[in-house]
Ligand binder design. Sequence first.
Ligand code: PEP
Ligand code: MN
Length: 338
Amino acid sequence: MIVAMQEKATEEQIDAVIDVMVESGVNVHRTTGATQSILAGVGPTASLDLSKFEVLPGVLYVHRISSPYKLAGRGFRPEGTVVEFSNGVKLGGERVLAMAGPCSIENRAQIFETAQRVKAAGGTFLRGGAFKPRSSPYAFQGMGIPGLELMREAADAHGLLVVSEVMEIAQIEPMLALVDCFQVGARNMQNFNLLRELGQVRKPVLLKRGIAATIEELLLSSEYILSGGNYDVILCERGIRTYETATRNTMDISAIPVVKKLSHLPIVADPSHGTGRRDMVAPMARAAVAAGADAIIVEVHPNADKAASDAAQTLYLDQFDKLMAQLRLIATAVGRTI
Ligand code: PEP
Ligand code: MN
């Protein structure tokens, strides 16, 4: 259930409503927007008589939520979520952000050169995997924490934020001081134990859509994180598996406006994994920004052809420069900045 408070509702009135909700056996999640507070009640609300909430002082309206995701739904934060990072960078607002970096962190020279070029082109995040979910156990598995330490150093040297994939609960603690945003990969979108644990963390989470997941399943997965009290969840469309074989995955651009309608969470587009092909990354990145994506995440590498993983979809650094110039025009055309 959603209880929307009136603009002029006092703190005492809000507390009183929360008390009645708790007494009725529901967990309360509060969000304070620009103009009003919204209280989401999660639990056995089907049998509750909502009129007892409607008459409480300060209440504007009460809705029963029929969708299976209560906290990820638009109604919880009608104005949309803006995730603010430690350096003041905001994701989900007017500015479209760019996250870029190699699929895998490989060595110091690679990550430092990448960081310098990503920053110079106007990127805000350095991406790079230290723990890699590879389809084959014999493929490069990533550098682990020493790799992340290198990426942190490179990002700090160039004023960038760090996003990197966490594959299991035991990695959360050692990664905490090294990343600004945890990435949950497509293969882990339904690793519910990991998601629950990330709900306890107070650091943003970029949740990628599973290879065969519906948008509803993506939103339900985000609910695992949100219900733990971590409201800084960012969704990511990275292509889904279809019967089409011309591209590695099928980049579902329409997921962007669908998510915008159904949810308040920001959405990022990953055209690298979405297409699997270097020559198709820029067109899909442009389409994603035009469709309303809040950020793009792309793979770039100083020696892209020789990248240890995902070489075929990794942009040359010059291609990233060009892409950023194009995205600037598109962002302006849709009333945003980059
Ligand atoms: C990645 O970002 O390198 C990655 C493994 O992505 P995904 O989980 O979308 O396959
Ligand atoms: Mn990759």
